[in-house]
Write a protein that binds this ligand. Structure first.
Ligand code: TNX
Length: 523
């Protein structure tokens, strides 16, 4: 049906004013270089077409995603055609240029009255160019107004942007073990990652309270271990087909999924399924609320561990790693390694070295929480920093770091004492704390080349669904995205809080919940 502009129930047309000059753009993360020019703006019209490189499926897909963004909001047909013929006036042109020296993920955006030109060396860069263009358009581009919007307003100011990321690993972690999140909820998170040019989704798939990924050789892991969660709810798990669906959805958005199976601790759910893995250790509190006898529904950490000295343990790890590696197109498998209270130092190091070898044998690079620095690490192993002491032991061995310091990057920390959801053991993490730190200089003895990137972990002991998750990650995840993407010399808190203010309108259109931090002059 034709949209009725007088319909009182339609979404109010907020944020419709196009930006006047690139000098006042709202792009998050801030690009490396933005140059406004005095030419007339580009305006999206009924005649706008998108031109994509011929014979590159990924670049074509990026063009179609841009069309799918523009169609519902503008109500225009927005056709996509392959490069070859003459480029019609008013086109958005996506171009791959290997010689452009923009790096694996860099891009340029050139806006003039007659065209927008997006150039990158790789399809990922084109995807990020599209995210930048998206943020240059009025916020209502996120809406489904279908023509209810003043057409002349779809304009983008003239100028040029050149951009590339500071770090290669720009991630978020979702703990689906303490509370389960559905495939659709995970996809909603991937959409947020994509908007902010994040490229890594770390899924914390297992913990004491639940095992969330189907392993065919060990069916009880999900049948038994997947059947509960913190508080005694029904839990859930991903079949391998579900998981492939997530991986494909993420891949289409240039997001690499890094699956984590946490061990040797945080493993009680597997021990309930296969008791021989556990050496008969007692768990600390009763499981009266658990639907299956012995499952743990509380939130203590550190009490469980695999038997480090039994062949059956390593057969189990091999079964899990084999299937996980086969399900994972990305290069990394995260094997946890955190908070082991019941093994001594030598036992822990022995365990980590053996599982590291199993991961290598299945063709993947191991990632572990920073405690793995206590073991002898293979070249290429990555340590995810959450505390500093054991991190240095990993750096000294040449391990690259993913920086997740809890007082800045933990997305499960409360913003203030008044925040209802979240924990508080590390700090209250208001938006400025999430933004104002440099992953390289925050700690002594770490250099730029030690740091592979930045990740914000969302642990879910208190987080029951995606709405609550969004409240904790927004606006802190966009702040971490800028920490990970933008050169330190171009970062500025005052600028960030002004730019992010304009994003709330986008989030309302997209149905994304957020914490209206008093540190931001929200629109
Ligand atoms: C520490 S950080 C943990 C998790 C908890 C989290 C809660 C880390 C490697 N382990 O098991 O969920 O704190 O903030």
């Amino acid at each position: 049906p034709a949209p009725n502009p007088n319909d009182p129930n339609r979404i109010p047309l907020q944020g419709q004013a196009p930006i006047a000059t690139l000098g006042v753009h709202r792009i998050v993360p801030a690009p490396v270089s933005v140059t406004a020019d005095s030419g007339a703006p580009f305006t999206v019209t009924r005649a706008t077409t998108i031109v994509v490189p011929a014979a590159n499926a990924d670049a074509e897909r990026v063009g179609h995603m841009l069309a799918a963004l523009l169609r519902p909001s503008t109500g225009f047909p927005i056709t996509v055609s392959a490069a070859g013929g003459a480029v019609p006036n008013g086109s958005v042109v996506l171009r791959l240029d290997g010689a452009a020296d923009l790096g694996a993920e860099g891009y340029t955006v050139q806006v003039a009255a007659d065209s927008v030109r997006l150039t990158a060396s790789n399809p990922a860069g084109l995807f990020y160019a599209v995210q930048t263009l998206r943020q240059l358009l009025p916020a209502a581009v996120e809406s489904e107004l279908s023509g209810n919007f003043r057409p002349a307003a779809w304009s983008v100011p003239a100028g040029r942007i050149t951009d590339r990321p500071r770090f290669a690993w720009r991630g978020a972690m979702l703990d689906v073990a303490r509370h389960f999140f559905t495939v659709d909820e995970v996809k909603q998170l991937v959409d947020i990652l994509a908007l902010y040019k994040l490229n890594t989704l770390h899924l914390h798939l297992t913990d004491d309270q639940g095992w969330r990924i189907q392993i065919r050789r060990r069916p009880r892991l999900t049948q038994v271990g997947g059947s509960s969660e913190v508080g005694g709810g029904p839990g859930g798990f991903y079949t391998q087909a579900d998981y492939a669906d997530i991986v494909r959805y993420a891949q289409d958005r240039f997001v690499t999924v890094v699956p984590e199976i946490d061990m040797p601790a945080h493993i009680h759910s597997a021990i309930v399924a296969y008791p021989e893995l556990g050496c008969g250790r007692q768990i600390p509190d009763t499981s009266l609320n658990a639907p299956i006898q012995g499952l743990y529904v509380g939130t203590r950490v550190g009490f469980s561990a695999l038997c480090y000295d039994k062949k059956s343990t390593y057969d189990f790890v091999d079964d899990v790693v084999r299937e996980l590696a086969a399900m994972t197109p990305g290069p990394f498998l995260h094997l946890g390694g955190d908070e082991v209270a019941v093994l001594n130092h030598a036992q822990y190091a022995y365990f980590v070295e053996r599982v590291q070898e199993i991961v290598r044998r299945h063709g993947k690079r191991m990632v572990g929480w920073d405690e793995i620095g206590q073991a002898k690490l293979l070249p290429g192993t990555i340590a995810q920093m959450w505390r500093m002491d054991t991190t240095m032991a990993a750096v000294k061995q040449g391990a690259k770091l993913v920086m997740s310091p809890a007082a800045n990057a933990y997305l499960d920390m409360k913003y203030t004492p008044a925040t209802e959801t979240g924990l508080r053991w590390a700090a209250f993490v208001e938006l400025r704390n999430a933004y104002d730190w440099d992953p390289v200089t925050r700690f002594p003895h770490v250099t730029e080349s030690d740091v592979l990137g930045v990740e914000g972990p969302l642990w879910s002991e208190t987080v029951m669904n995606i709405t609550a998750a969004e409240y904790l990650i927004m606006p802190r995840l966009p702040a971490l995205a800028e920490v990970a993407w933008t050169p330190q010399s171009s970062r500025d808190w005052e600028s960030f809080r002004q730019r992010i203010a304009g994003h709330a309108t986008r989030w309302r259109y997209l149905g994304i919940n957020f914490f209206p931090s008093p540190q931001v002059p929200w629109e």
